[in-house]
Design a protein around this ligand. Structure first.
Ligand code: PHE
Ligand code: NA
Length: 446
């Protein structure tokens, strides 16, 4: 059954909080810094910012616009809009690949959510206090080397996600986002302050913002674009689904700008918090997915009040990860619910267990299955690469092509409510710059 009509977000603020809850998460605090470190710094940041502005912004608007016009879940919305505008039903693939992407991402996202939970406990038990670089590395490596412990935390995280989604209380989270996200922001700023005091802030600024364009390669550019999609929750039908709840009076451009600025600030500030610690302790910026887990404990373990700050930080990080994870499970649950006779609770359980099971493969790739490789990548890296670098950009590309080239122009104009200059800019970006940009990045990385 499709939902023919449903309630709308009570206000623009509620919508912004929900969208920000999905966008701001591990992508900003865990993934962005390690990708910057992996890819050599400022050149990556520059390309990332360009992708956010020229590709991410128009695609975010396009997804919301599709959702608001269709008023249904992404698959049915695409089916209906394609039919209405006389286009091929194959456009529903945009919705289907979104569900697939959400499922694949959540499987490994939950593993990292588990790391965050585990570090919450480690903060309480004082595991970080007085540690040096070697100590925190040992701590992290022993976590990675223990499949049982990783499984425990991955399961705990997934259980929280399933519990919240099954009870259908996801909409109740906006209130929490409103207070907890700013708190997380404050803690990140405290860490930046700590970094400034460490004397390595100048190095950090240069590393992040003084690009050596020679460091750019097709691979780095593709990684930056993939991260832009991942961090904004694009190409997964999630923003499309949110758009279906969006009131007609809400301005798409202004709202997208707000969400994007918030998301980008959290990512940049995370980088500014992490790299001073990296440089001050002679750590490896290219450490990979463990980067925040071998840097932040050093700060928390050696600052006054570090135990309580560390506890708060990892709790809030877990919360930010949860609000994103919930937005990832939701489309998978809806998909199962619609295609089986299962109730919402049953569908949540099935979707949750399937995701959890795939997550086990991802966490085993850090230890017992570390030798298993798919196209030369570990299972974890394969899931990440397949989604961020391919599935999301392709789905997002399809979404913007659909809006810019297939939807009836008059209704698009109405939805956007831009002036004539704005419309010109929109047409240039949505029809040419963003789609061609995505294609060029793909070709360049071959
Ligand atoms: N955008 C989220 C983050 O940055 C992750 C996410 C990706 C959430 C895709 C939903 C969909 O952590
Ligand atoms: Na994000």
């Amino acid at each position: 059954m499709s939902k023919l009509s449903h309630a709308q977000w009570s206000s623009r603020l509620t919508f912004i909080l929900a969208a920000t809850g999905s966008a701001v998460g591990l992508g900003n605090i865990w993934k962005f810094p390690y990708m910057v470190g992996d890819s050599g710094g400022a050149a990556f940041v520059l390309v990332y910012l360009l992708c956010i502005a020229l590709i991410g912004l128009p695609i975010l608007i396009a997804e919301w616009l599709i959702g608001r016009r269709g008023q249904k879940n992404p698959i049915n919305t695409m089916a209906e809009l394609a039919e209405q505008s006389g286009h091929n039903r194959a456009w529903v693939l945009v919705g289907v690949s979104g569900v697939l992407g959400a499922f694949l991402i959540l499987s490994f996202y939950s593993v990292i959510g588990g790391w965050s939970l585990s570090y919450t406990l480690s903060s309480v038990t004082g595991a970080f206090s007085g540690q040096d670089a070697e100590g925190v590395n040992a701590l992290f490596n022993s976590l990675l080397a223990s499949p049982g412990i990783l499984l425990l935390w991955h399961s705990a995280f997934m259980l929280l996600v399933i519990g919240i989604v099954a009870r259908g209380v996801t909409k109740g989270l906006e209130g929490a986002v409103r207070t907890l996200m700013p708190a997380l922001g404050v803690l990140l700023l405290v860490l930046v302050g700590y970094g400034i005091a460490s004397g390595y802030f100048g190095e950090t600024l240069a590393f992040m913002f003084n690009p050596d364009l020679g460091a750019l390669s097709g691979g780095v550019v593709l990684a930056a674009m993939g991260q832009a999609f991942f961090t904004l929750s694009l190409g997964m039908g999630i923003m499309m689904a949110y758009g279906s709840y969006l009131g007609e009076d809400v301005n798409l451009l202004a709202t997208a700008r707000t969400v994007i600025i918030l998301d980008t600030l959290v990512a940049l500030v995370s980088g500014l918090a992490i790299f001073p610690i990296v440089f001050a302790n002679g750590l490896d910026a290219g450490e990979g997915p463990g980067l925040i887990f071998v840097t932040l404990p050093l700060a928390f373990g050696n600052m006054t009040g570090g135990t309580i700050l560390g506890l708060m930080f990892f709790l809030l990080l877990t919360f930010a990860a949860l609000t994103s994870a919930i937005s990832l499970l939701e489309p998978v649950v809806e998909f199962v619910e619609e295609r089986t006779p299962l109730s919402r609770g049953g569908a949540t359980l099935v979707a949750g267990i399937a995701t959890w099971a795939l997550g086990i493969a991802a966490l085993l790739s850090f230890n017992v299955w570390s030798e298993v490789s798919i196209v030369g990548l570990s299972i974890f890296d394969f899931l990440d690469t397949l989604t961020s670098k391919f599935l999301l950009p392709l789905t997002g590309l399809a979404a913007i092509v659909f809006v810019a080239w297939c939807l009836d122009r008059q209704s698009v104009r109405q939805e956007l409510a831009l002036g004539s200059t704005g419309e010109m800019l929109w047409n240039a970006t949505a029809r040419y710059i963003a789609p061609i940009g995505v294609i060029i990045v793909f070709i360049g990385s071959l």
